[in-house]
Design a binder for this molecule. Structure first.
Ligand SMILES: Nc1ncnc2c1ncn2[C@@H]1O[C@H](COP(=O)(O)OP(=O)(O)OP(=O)(O)O)[C@@H](O)[C@H]1O
Length: 309
């Protein structure tokens, strides 16, 4: 058996104070090589602060951090060169067309072909001929995404990557994330809602008021998730046939229709239903967001920044 590769990002007891305000209270994080990791939390929770420490854009107050085996505080330049980073807010005021700015940034990273830049811009619907300065928030976000992905970095750190993108472009972006993972590279992305990362993330952590309050494997979360199922058959069915099935509860049989709640795999229910002629099978998507938060927090207190404690 080969040993697992070392984590790509680690923080231990990471703290950050802004003057007398403490923004991070001893953060422990571990992001594994090759995974897509969602970093979730409401506004003001400390996501950008954490990310900016990882890239040495601000300095930590205490604790440790490692990115690609490097300490950002000692090797900030190397970390920034190796990581594809999308800032929460891209502040470029260049009069130059996006094409030139991206070519320049590509040169700083060892050279990126115009074809590669053009391909990413096409996918995101970015007009490369327009000056960056006058671009809308959404178009600036696209420039930010192109520069983060274009040199195929081993690690992408993306701060709220989907903000300002319409739903179709969000899907395109998620496809780019999947391709990155398929290449064996790692993506760490923040969001304030689970829904934006749940289809693509392997794991996710929730940060609230400067503390990690949950870390979850997304497959395990899906397995625990309940869904409401309704099946309509060609003829009335016997209620007894649908009681006591594995993972199935709250069964209600009314003539030709069975309604129930399934926790986890619906295998037993599907096999039992297959004994009859099924006309309709409706299964509501489980609400992972609710499950994620209620599991740890009883669904309360979902937002708000903190004062120092
Ligand atoms: N430069 C600063 N000076 C003082 N306080 C700051 C500074 N930057 C952030 N904070 C505070 O630190 C806390 C964490 O902010 P941070 O920006 O990291 O949160 P976030 O989770 O990224 O939220 P958002 O999505 O709103 O950016 C907040 O209470 C914020 O007010």
């Amino acid at each position: 058996m080969t040993a697992a590769p070392p984590p790509v990002i680690t923080t231990r007891a990471l703290t950050k104070n802004y003057g007398r305000t403490r923004a991070l209270f001893g953060l422990d994080l571990e992001v594994r090589a090759g995974e897509v990791f969602g970093f979730l939390g409401p506004n003001g929770a400390g996501k950008s602060t954490t990310i900016r420490i990882l890239l040495d854009l601000i300095r930590r107050s205490g604790g440790e951090a490692r990115v690609l085996g490097l300490d950002p505080r000692a090797d900030g330049v190397r970390v920034r060169r190796e990581v594809g980073y999308l800032p929460g807010e891209l502040t470029v005021a260049s009069r130059r067309p996006a094409r030139e700015l991206l070519a320049y940034l590509g040169d700083l990273r060892g050279g990126v072909s115009p074809a590669r830049i053009g391909e990413l811009a096409d996918r995101l619907g970015l007009d490369l001929s327009r000056p960056v300065r006058g671009l809308s928030k959404g178009n600036k976000q696209k420039v930010g995404l192109v520069q983060a992905f274009m040199h195929r970095p081993r690690l992408l750190v993306l701060d709220e990557p989907t903000s300002g993108l319409d739903p179709l472009l969000q899907q395109e972006f998620l496809e780019m994330v999947r391709e990155t993972r398929a290449d064996g590279r790692t993506v760490f992305m923040s969001s304030h809602v689970l829904g934006e990362v749940q289809d693509v993330a392997d794991r996710a952590a929730v940060i609230r008021r400067g503390r990690i309050v949950a870390t979850e494997d997304m497959d395990a979360l899906r397995e625990r998730a309940s869904r409401q199922v309704r099946i309509r058959f060609a003829a009335p069915v016997d209620a007894a046939g649908f009681t006591g099935l594995e993972n199935v509860r709250d069964v209600d049989v009314s003539g030709d229709t069975v309604s129930c709640v399934v926790d986890g795999s619906p295998d037993a229910l599907v096999k039992r239903a297959a004994r009859h002629t099924v006309l309709e099978f409706d299964s509501a998507e489980p609400d992972l967001e609710d499950l994620f938060f209620t599991h740890y927090n009883n669904g309360t207190d979902r937002e708000g920044p903190s004062d120092a404690e």
